[in-house]
Design a protein around this ligand. Structure first.
Ligand code: B3K
Ligand code: ZN
Length: 881
């Protein structure tokens, strides 16, 4: 009987019920434990590309720690039940509430079996079970499991899963799920089946299955206690040669987690599958990680050095989740940073060890400042542990991930690495097998690491990037440091309390270029004054060394002091920071109209001098040199203004680049020549050379475009790696030169069969400095290879465009219109991806009035559209404020 068509609930046919106009607000403080435990779950899949039958059997028992209930609510999203039985008896006294199924249950324990059907081929949201390139795969975090089966789809309901998959063998020869493969068999008429069992209880968001025509790179890893783990990286057969780096990264991650955090893997198999249609980077499903192909496939001809590092970092991140996320999971989605912030910190520390501490730290801070700081100062600001949401997918943010990692890093800074490890050991011991909270983590840190975190907890509840005003006075032999913190108001949080801010500082003697040792100053109150004796002359202050706190430092500092630090600071981050401050100070003053031509030229000369010294400094390796040469991003510059004029910032930044390119043309050409002559190795030296090669070209292109076009074309033609080729093409794409078109065509023809490289081809053009970039983007949207349904491709064109300031912020609003049109076109197909394009428009309050009005008008146009997804609705309404 198709009981879905004969509902007995008194409210009438549930399918007719209207979706609420405003999706409900879910609040952290409303958390209640689920009334039922689900000790065991059995899932049987009869897999078909456009019709998959799912039979779910749940053993349920009353949860003694929850308020009793005479019903069980099983979440569903777009599901209808074909049959429902409880303890073997068909039932018909069920009801629907929205997409959820509600069943009455009378006894203490029951067995519920429900049959549903899903259509993977029609699943364009890529949440739940979906088809990609002829294979079937799943994505369940955060609330995708409810699109596969009726289930308590919340992270605090842990169950052991047994999964049986059956299908046509020729179509899906490989069948994978979580845990261990316990049985396989052949059926009639070319069918086969496999059964997998995962012994570790897990929440539904960690469920995964994959069925497809795949091959594996296989290897093994023996854990510290001698468990031999079979490793598999599953891809389409033509991609197999490009999986070596991913496998090496996996083995390194497994070893590092044992050595650094004492974490050992806990199953006999660990599989990774690469999928080309994926909403994000990768997913840590227990024993079966599913990855975007972008974070698996690499060879020197098609992947850049950045891609190699990205793969290593993401493989590590997902692997590390096996403990920070899977063995200890989250009680509810408000605790997301418990697993994400912690795992980002773990992957950052791993990459620091693999790739070099200084440069990795600089890269991480750059991401924080260009993505998280704007989030924290805009309408979408939220604490790392949010208090409410309408759609949890909108909270997988740089705040929860990257600021979350910074908050944990501060604990590590205050405790020291050894005590921090004692804290994490205690946390894993205490909460293994549980769904925990951020508070649990903080308590473990207090008890294990011996920290008092009473006041520090504010970092979890207060949004906004703290501002620290710094001044250094000198009198007699005493230097007096004054610190003052303010945490800015954010939506829903008008008034803030001071938070503990750990700042590494050093005071340099300006004659010797040395300091007498670093100290950790903790600014806990609103203000603090510290006196340092023994300085006959005013020392030079280096503060927030290593970026010890995620704050913005404001201070009056002379150009001479910044030039001194850029040349002398022994903390590589602080040295980078001095170069950045030098340029930021100059450009902010220029954009504010406070520099006359003479002062402008003096500023440019100081920057040129510092840059020349960086190019010439033989003690620097090229990787670090490349960082020191990088100008601050336009987004970071815009953050310095209460109301920014993107047109002015762009023009001044480009003018400075051109002036530096001209002033240092000889040095830059020589640097480029030296770097180009270096062998194209994949090691640190080779990577560094490629970084400065393209950096030199970027300045030359601004200073002398004709000459740069020739050098770039030669770099492109001679390139032995994708890093050099892409770098050259990126520069050429911004120039109106004869060399541009030919190389763009060549690149396309060379790589037309490689989707990941064609993504780069779209992104290079969408992010170019070319004055016609908007027209290029419009034309590319019509290109036969453009496809809105593939998130990588949609992002490659439009995310690159939204991050291209001169094009996105075109004065007539054309850029805003383009992004709003994209959001409206993508929302019905893939709401999660569509909503990710809202934040660039949401910046309107911090942009000059003419553009702000145009941005706001686009947001209003989106808001006025009927049938918006919950994802886009929430982001747009929050952005309008
Ligand atoms: N945990 C996943 C992210 C899931 C995002 C769902 N919208 C990947 C990660 O952070 O490791
Ligand atoms: Zn993660």
């Amino acid at each position: 009987m198709d009981i879905a068509r004969t509902p007995s609930n008194p409210d009438g046919n549930p399918e007719m019920a209207d979706a609420p106009a405003v999706p409900p607000l879910i609040r952290r403080l409303d958390y209640k434990p689920y009334p039922w435990l689900v000790p065991a779950t059995r899932l049987e899949f009869d897999l078909g590309i456009d019709d998959t039958r799912v039979t779910t059997t749940l053993s349920v028992a009353r949860n003694p720690d929850a308020e009793p209930s005479d019903t069980i609510r099983l979440n569903g999203d777009g599901l209808t039940a074909e049959s429902i039985t409880v303890d073997g008896q068909a039932v018909n006294d069920w009801s629907m509430d929205g997409g959820d199924l509600v069943l009455p249950l009378t006894d203490d324990a029951h067995e519920i079996t429900i049959v549903t059907h899903v259509n993977p081929a029609a699943n364009s949201q890529l949440m739940g079970l979906y088809a990609s390139n002829g294979m079937l795969c799943t994505q369940c975090e955060a609330e995708g499991f409810r699109r596969i089966a009726f289930f308590p789809d919340r992270p605090d309901v842990l169950s052991t899963y047994t999964v049986r998959m059956e299908c046509a063998k020729a179509q899906f020869p490989v069948l994978l799920a979580n845990g261990n493969n316990v049985a396989t068999g052949e059926g009639e008429a070319g069918r086969h089946w496999a059964e997998w069992h995962d012994p570790w209880p897990k929440p539904s968001y960690l469920f995964a299955l994959v069925a497809g025509d795949l091959v594996a790179r296989k290897d093994s890893f023996t854990t510290m206690n001698g468990r031999k783990v079979e490793l598999g990286i599953w891809v389409r057969s033509e991609d197999l040669p490009r999986t070596e780096h991913a496998m090496e990264s996996l083995k390194k991650s497994m070893k590092w987690d044992e050595e650094t955090f004492g974490r050992e893997y806990d199953l006999d198999v660990f599989n990774i599958v690469a999928v080309s249609d994926f909403n994000m980077g990768a997913m840590e499903n227990k024993g079966l990680n599913v990855f975007n192909t972008k974070y698996v496939l690499a060879d020197p001809d098609t992947a850049t050095d950045g891609d190699y590092d990205g793969i290593e970092g993401v493989i590590a991140h997902e692997y590390f989740h096996n403990w920070s996320g899977n063995r200890v999971t989250c009680r509810d989605w408000f605790q997301l940073s418990l697993k994400e912030g912690f795992t980002v910190l773990r992957d950052q520390l791993f990459s620091q060890d693999m790739q070099g501490e200084a440069v990795k730290r600089i890269e991480d801070v750059r991401v924080l400042r260009s993505v998280q700081f704007p989030e924290d100062s805009g309408p979408l600001a939220h604490p790392i542990r949010p208090d409410s949401f309408r759609e949890i997918s909108n909270f997988y943010t740089a705040t929860v991930y990257n600021k979350g990692a910074e908050v944990l890093r501060m604990m590590r800074t205050m405790a020291g690495p050894r005590a921090f490890r004692q804290g994490t050991d205690l946390y894993f011991d205490r909460h293994d097998g549980e769904a925990a909270t951020c508070e649990d983590f903080v308590c473990s840190m207090e008890d294990g690491a011996g920290l008092d975190l009473k006041q520090f907890r504010l970092w979890y509840s207060q949004a906004g990037t703290p501002k620290v005003e710094v001044s250094l006075a000198h009198e007699g032999e005493t230097a007096t440091l004054r610190l003052k913190q303010t945490v800015p108001p954010t939506p829903d949080q008008p008034a803030k309390q001071p938070m503990p801010i750990p700042l590494w500082i050093a005071l340099f003697d300006r004659d010797t270029g040395k300091h007498g040792g670093e100290q950790l100053v903790i600014l806990s109150d609103a203000e603090k004054t510290i006196a340092f004796d023994g300085f006959a002359k005013p020392p030079v202050l280096s503060i927030n060394r290593g970026f010890s706190a995620p704050v913005s430092i404001e201070r009056e500092v002379s150009t001479d002091d910044l030039v001194f630090l850029a040349a002398n600071d022994d903390d590589p981050f602080a040295r980078y920071e001095a170069m950045q401050d030098l340029v930021v100070g100059h450009l902010v003053a220029l954009c504010s109209g406070s520099l006359d031509d003479t002062a402008r030229d003096a500023g440019r000369n100081a920057i040129a001098g510092a840059l020349k010294a960086v190019i010439a400094d033989e003690t620097l390796d090229d990787s670090m040199r490349g960082e020191l040469m990088m100008l601050p991003s336009q987004t970071y510059l815009a953050e310095q203004f209460l109301v920014a004029d993107p047109g002015r910032i762009h023009a001044e930044r480009e003018a400075l680049k051109a002036a530096l390119g001209q002033a240092l043309e000889g040095d830059l050409v020589a640097l480029h020549g030296r770097a180009s002559a270096q062998p194209a190795t994949l090691d640190h030296a080779g990577k560094g050379a490629r970084k400065v090669q393209t950096q030199a070209l970027v300045f030359l292109a601004a200073g002398n475009p004709e000459r740069a076009a020739k050098i770039a074309a030669a770099q492109y033609d001679a390139a032995e790696t994708m890093t050099s080729r892409q770098g050259a093409l990126m520069v050429l794409a911004g120039l109106s030169s004869a060399e541009r078109t030919g190389r763009l065509i060549d690149f396309y023809n060379r790589y037309r069969d490689n989707a990941l490289v064609i993504d780069k081809w779209f992104a290079i053009q969408a992010s170019s400095l070319h004055p016609d970039a908007i027209e290029h983007v419009k034309a590319l949207a019509e290109h036969p290879d453009f496809n809105l349904r593939n998130p990588n491709r949609a992002r490659s064109l439009y995310m690159a465009f939204a991050g291209n300031p001169h094009a996105f912020h075109a004065a007539d609003g054309e850029g805003y219109r383009l992004v709003a049109d994209l959001i409206l076109a993508l929302d019905p197909i893939n709401p999660q991806t569509a909503a990710r394009f809202v934040p660039p428009l949401g910046r309107w309050r911090r942009i000059e009035p003419k553009r702000a009005a145009l941005m706001r008008a686009e947001l209003e146009r989106i808001a006025a559209t009927d049938g918006l997804s919950r994802d886009t609705f929430e982001q747009v309404t929050r952005s309008l404020g």
